[in-house]
Design a protein around this ligand. Structure first.
Ligand SMILES: [Ca+2]
Ligand SMILES: [Ca+2]
Ligand SMILES: [Ca+2]
Length: 214
């Protein structure tokens, strides 16, 4: 009995839902799974339940809600150095609802991840706004220098969650669709990623993708 309460994320109805979905599994389609690796899937024929297809294990994990998704996604996080993280472009999704205190076009949550000032349009006072540096010019918003991206690193990390081990463990989702990184500050951010960066999938297709236990 004690074992059952160890993982709160799988207690009660969440665990029941995963168990019910396991019963519906068909023969696993490895090709389909590979194509979906790293994606967040939404069961559009059902109630929009979200799953993350973890690229390493090639199985999907149920993301019951934003808070659980945040915890679950972090669990799969791969440590990354700050130098490597800079080689991955920053993704901006206009539909993400968030506060932008200094109205520079970068949400507070994102600025926190970038280390720029949420109260200052131009953190390093070089005459170019934080937004223009990060999104348009690919220059360092915290000083001098250009940001150069590495397509080999991006390709290797597509669909993964990376954690800034040299910092405070900040988590980013590398969207496999555009190869850009999206800051996963908290459950709210995880929920928005689930909602806007996901892929709708039929029940018939999702039943061909294996299910993992968190
Ligand atoms: Ca801002
Ligand atoms: Ca700013
Ligand atoms: Ca600047």
């Amino acid at each position: 009995m004690g074992e059952k309460v160890v993982n709160d994320a799988l207690s009660g109805t969440v665990g029941d839902y995963v168990a019910s979905q396991k019963k519906l599994l068909k023969t696993i389609d490895k090709k389909l799974t590979k194509r979906l690796a790293g994606r967040i899937l939404l069961q559009v024929q059902d109630n929009g339940q979200a799953w993350y297809v973890e690229p390493t294990s090639q199985v999907r994990y149920y993301l019951a809600d934003g808070a659980r998704a945040y915890g679950a996604l972090r669990k799969f996080g791969l440590g990354i150095t700050n130098a490597d993280l800079k080689k991955i472009p920053v993704g901006i999704e206009q539909r993400f609802l968030d506060t932008d205190t200094d109205s520079d076009g970068l949400a507070d949550k994102l600025e926190e991840g970038l280390g720029t000032d949420i109260n200052k349009t131009d953190t390093d006072s070089d005459g170019v706004s934080d937004y223009d540096e990060v999104v348009k010019n690919n220059t360092n918003p915290l000083g001098t220098g250009k940001l150069t991206y590495s397509s080999s690193l991006i390709n290797r990390l597509k669909g993964r969650i990376v954690l800034q081990v040299q910092s405070k463990g900040e988590a980013w989702y590398i969207n496999p669709v555009d190869g850009k990184r999206y800051y996963l500050k908290d459950g709210g951010a995880a929920y928005q990623i689930m909602r806007f960066l996901s892929l709708g999938i039929t029940n018939a297709d999702i039943q061909k993708v294996g299910i993992g236990d968190l």
